[in-house]
Design a protein around this ligand. Sequence first.
Ligand code: HEC
Length: 110
Amino acid sequence: MKKTSVVFAASLIIFGCGTTLQTTAEADFNKKNHRWEGYTFAEFAKGRELYVGSCGGCHLLHRPAEFTEQQWSDILPEMIDRAKLGDAERESIFRFLITTKESYPSDIVK
Ligand code: HEC
């Protein structure tokens, strides 16, 4: 009982801000066709890591499905600057967002 409340308290601290990003399983990822030739689960997971690690500091993470692909293209350059990242990271985050939006639209739950 005591242990449970400690774990619960810890998860509130980690996820307390409201937006939780669920993880897509590799097996599930590999079953689908993705837009980019040779796009691997490792690259997808890296994009996710960058997104969660760099884009949720100033505001809550936005759900990938919240914006169209064009809107993400327009928004990302400015946010990449704010997060002090470069072109490689922008592409990685962009692919993660578009893949999630197209294939796993409910992957970010509030
Ligand atoms: C240094 C703080 C900071 C960081 C880091 C940051 N943002 Fe933002 N973001 C903001 C602010 C401030 C706004 C709202 C005002 C604006 O749009 O300029 C915003 C707005 C947004 C919006 C909403 C835009 C709209 O038109 O409604 C999105 C989407 C977004 N950020 C995505 C990201 C992504 C993706 C990253 C990571 C690459 C990121 N942000 C990193 C500060 C930040």
